[in-house]
Design a protein around this ligand. Sequence first.
Ligand SMILES: Cc1cc2nc3c(=O)[nH]c(=O)nc-3n(C[C@H](O)[C@H](O)[C@H](O)COP(=O)(O)OP(=O)(O)OC[C@H]3O[C@@H](n4cnc5c(N)ncnc54)[C@H](O)[C@@H]3O)c2cc1C
Length: 734
Amino acid sequence: MEGNVEQHGSETLRTLPGDDVRQIMWRLTDRYDLQMLVQSARAVARGPVARLVAEGGRNSHEWTEQKAQLLRAFDESGITAANMDPAQGGFIEGPKNFTLALVAFELSWVDAGAATCSLAGNLALAPIHERGTPEQRDAYMRRAVPPQPGEDRQVWRGAFSLTEPLPYVGVETSLLGGKVRIVEWEEGKEPILQVEKRGRFITNMGFANFVTAAVDSADDRIKGSCIVILEQTDPGLFDRGTPARKLVHQLSSTRDPVFSLRVPAGRIVGGYTVKDGVIVPRYSHSDIIEAVFRRTRVTVGLMTSAKLLSAVEPVIRYQRGRFRGGETIAPGSPRYELGLQQKEDALHRLVDVWATGEAGASLGFAAARLFDELDPLERRKDEAFAAQGIGNGTAQLRPLRRAQKDTLEFLAQAALPEAQRDGVRYEALQADPLVQFSALDALANVLCPAVKLWNTGHGATMMREAVSLMGGYGIMEDCPGFLGQKWMDAQLEATYEGPEAVQRRQLTVTMTSELFLAQFEGWIAEMREVAARRPGTGACALATAMRLWLWSLDHLQKACDAEGGKLFHGNRQGVTFPLADALCWLLASRYQIMDLLELERKGPENPVLAEGLPGLLAFFTDLCHVQAGRAAGEVGRICAELVYGYNRHPAWDGGAGCGPDASDPLAGFGADASASTMPVGPKAGPCVCFDGLEPFACLRLKLDGCLTGVRLAKDRAATALTKVMIPEALDYPV
Ligand SMILES: Cc1cc2nc3c(=O)[nH]c(=O)nc-3n(C[C@H](O)[C@H](O)[C@H](O)COP(=O)(O)OP(=O)(O)OC[C@H]3O[C@@H](n4cnc5c(N)ncnc54)[C@H](O)[C@@H]3O)c2cc1C
């Protein structure tokens, strides 16, 4: 190990956080099965995957024999079967969102292409898993399980084919060029379908045995769109197409396939009914992709966070060793011991990279766990509706709207101290699956796009920072930690399964849901309470930034621009998209703080951690503070631009100006900027720019004040980076 744990009055970080720490923060201390799986995935990532990258396996678009070996490594390590239920040949009971997120995190720590290769198989199965008939689910999930000892069969690998050549499906998933029609329908027999589908950028296409493909009806006897399962041996054309000339994720296979196949109608995912001689698929392609992506996108977001956290150790090692060996650099001298870590900027930037990785991981894993909670509730809700003769999709909208009132009541009760609750009513609402589903669903609808958007989008930007800290080495193929490749790869994570615009569009709708906002309101109170108890966490700045965002949302929903145009509107992406971005900063910071609190609560129970825990907590507290400060700054900037930016200044129309710089723009404000609640209006004449916006100006002022100490936290975190012990060498490639 190298480093120096010399103490300066207060405890500091001793070693990089290991599994004991992560298991507490990410809530898998009680999941021995997942802990084992993490170890297996790590062995694959830092073994065969890392070796393949180091040997130049990424230098070809082709699906090579060496890359194919990875599939076998996934099979042998349990990664492939982790997606299946025990009844299908898997080994993990219950929902698998968190499981798959952990696997993706481990693989992406080394190479996200390898992670994608594994995940794309799950993505192909996801339509069948989420919306397939029980028979479809059993058949395809079982085939995708690697053979057990004594079994002699091939593992089925899948691809998911939605995106089509231009000008068809991309961001706009309704522009389907793929078509399905009936070619044979004998009396009393199953109809035979002809499927024509071309794919663009389809992952796993170099070796997939089956494909779940989105198609639209080209036949009056088929209603709407659907997803069909295509098999390699179906009669017709199953052309894998040419390899995509990717610059990223080269350990996965991506091609532009062409299919022209005859398949039985039983391959329509979720099945169908026949009404008046027309095949009516149970689910449209959009019903299914919504159910699929809302889960799988969380996993993609975590891939980028894994890279940021993986960058910390190589960067520290590079910084420390930068000048060693130079003739005039004596061992023991600051230049020898600290190298680039003598420079504040190099340390501060690494603190930012680390804090971003922490926040993204906390947000992503929280979302994955939430989906694990949501899955059984969703099934219970569907069963309850089915028992009442209520089908899926739009049929459920009305009863769900009715449940909203109860859910809001539940959330209001939950926000009260226990003693003030109506115990009987609260318990009744807590036991109502519809209420529980509605509350979690509203949250999931926000968290999923937020993870995908913030972790990958901002994550890619921060990955560039990590690369820059390695100087020229950062953009070399043999950069320790493969940071250059990870930077490029992050851009793909921001793009596939829906680029940032898709996530922002979704957030525009879901972040205004009453059920989400009720929970958000509760979080502000929660952060105020944390701020009082644990002031160094940045919770105070975060609570104020949350209030500012909420005020801005409310204001922008009602306000018009200088021309009288409505501001908060689906087509006004210049307003709605930045507000969505701002929310993501808040969410990431909140979940980071929640994980810190969990570590603080549970850490002392773990004897392995006991010794280093105070230093670790101090460091993580500072990271939370740094991140909360950055989030507050972003939110303040975005909201200020939106709230003021669509007004005309009175001076442009001959009115009063702002006055000289020295004048007090807030003179006469009656608001109490230190209050935790919404400030009241002005008493007398502040700057004309604030007309009607005084509460915002007060909140903004308060927010700036809440940044007190944030740079001290950064300085402390930076110092900790100079002292933390790291292993002599990176543990991959080995
Ligand atoms: C390596 C790789 C692997 C992939 N794997 C798969 C796979 O396995 N299966 C599959 O089906 N697809 C796959 N894809 C496709 C991927 O999901 C799409 O590329 C992605 O969804 C974006 O679609 P597009 O490229 O057509 O972008 P476009 O639709 O052309 O959008 C381009 C950009 O225009 C802007 N834009 C577009 N529409 C809007 C809007 N409504 N509002 C605001 N801005 C907008 C956004 O900035 C957007 O990023 C893969 C792609 C790559 C590169």
